[in-house]
Design a binder for this molecule. Structure first.
Ligand SMILES: [Zn+2]
Length: 285
């Protein structure tokens, strides 16, 4: 399998690898399964890679990890007998944990990868693993992937290095929808549309994603005006309704608001002010 990670998530993993700290237990949390799985394989590859600059994703060791075929990469699977994606404690012990103290075959490190660990591992399994995590055999790496780390036992969490991946495309889609609604609101004849969209934003991170997506549309609108081919109907719509100076002012206002979101500001008030500022810019002749 190829690794397809958003750049910022790739960077999070590489930062950990290159920091030289080698936690033996890592929890990777994030709302996209693809991103979690890719991040886990990238981390696993870095533990077995033979190149100077790890992980190279080219050497034999890396390739085997990416194909999930490395003899030192153990990926416990849900039991065929039990329902709902669980592995039984017996299977976990016999098929996997019994090998924990045996030396790795090819690499220096033996890796246990528990994907969707909250579903795979019941409490009894997590408690059994806890003993290994507390006093890990040498050269072992435990990786748990999970949507929210909170779904694992606090005792497991407290002994792990937790990596939180950035938001997935699902949330970005939401941001994109809101950015489109803001664009529509700005070019709408009805004042209320824009206010309705902005005051509907009830969380700071949601607002930040939406405004970041909207700022991108404004930048594309500027590019379109300069003759660059742009594949975004909303950016084109904005570029046709607004002058260059207006678009630049809108970008500045948007970035200024994003910066304020990081302060201890009242979100409703901020969004109401933003609406007024947008209107002043967009409707001036
Ligand atoms: Zn490599």
């Amino acid at each position: 399998m190829a690794i397809s990670l958003k750049t910022e998530n790739e960077q999070i993993i590489l930062d950990l690898v290159r920091s030289g700290r080698r936690p033996h237990t890592v929890i990777i949390e994030g709302d996209s399964k693809d991103e979690r799985d890719s991040a886990a394989l990238l981390l696993a590859a870095s533990a077995v890679c033979t190149a100077e600059d790890k992980p190279c994703l080219q050497c034999n060791q890396c390739k085997k990890v990416l194909d999930r075929q490395h003899p030192d990469l153990l990926i416990p699977q849900p039991s065929k007998k039990l329902k709902s994606g669980i592995i039984s404690l017996g299977e976990l012990r016999e098929d996997f944990l019994s090998q924990a103290s045996i030396k790795p075959n090819e690499a220096d490190t033996k890796i246990y990868l528990f994907t969707d660990a909250d579903r795979l591992l019941r409490e009894d399994s997590q408690n059994t693993l806890l003993k290994l995590i507390e006093e890990p055999p040498q050269n072992i790496l435990f990786i748990f992937t999970v949507e929210k780390a909170k779904a694992l036992l606090p005792t497991v969490r407290s002994r792990a290095h937790i990596i939180t991946l950035s938001r997935s495309g699902r949330v970005d889609e939401q941001a994109e929808d809101t950015a489109q609604a803001i664009a529509d609101g700005l070019v709408s004849l009805y004042e209320y549309d824009l206010l309705a969209t902005l005051s509907g934003l009830s969380k700071k991170d949601e607002t930040e994603s939406a405004l970041t997506a909207f700022a991108e549309k404004l930048r594309l609108a500027l590019s379109y005006q300069s003759g660059v081919t742009v594949d975004d109907a909303y950016a084109i719509k904005l570029s046709r309704r607004l002058g260059r100076a207006q678009i630049i002012a809108l970008i500045e206002t948007t970035l200024d608001t994003i910066a304020k979101l990081k302060t201890n500001v009242n979100l409703q008030l901020l969004n109401t002010q933003l609406c007024a500022r947008y209107r002043r810019i967009a409707w001036q002749k």
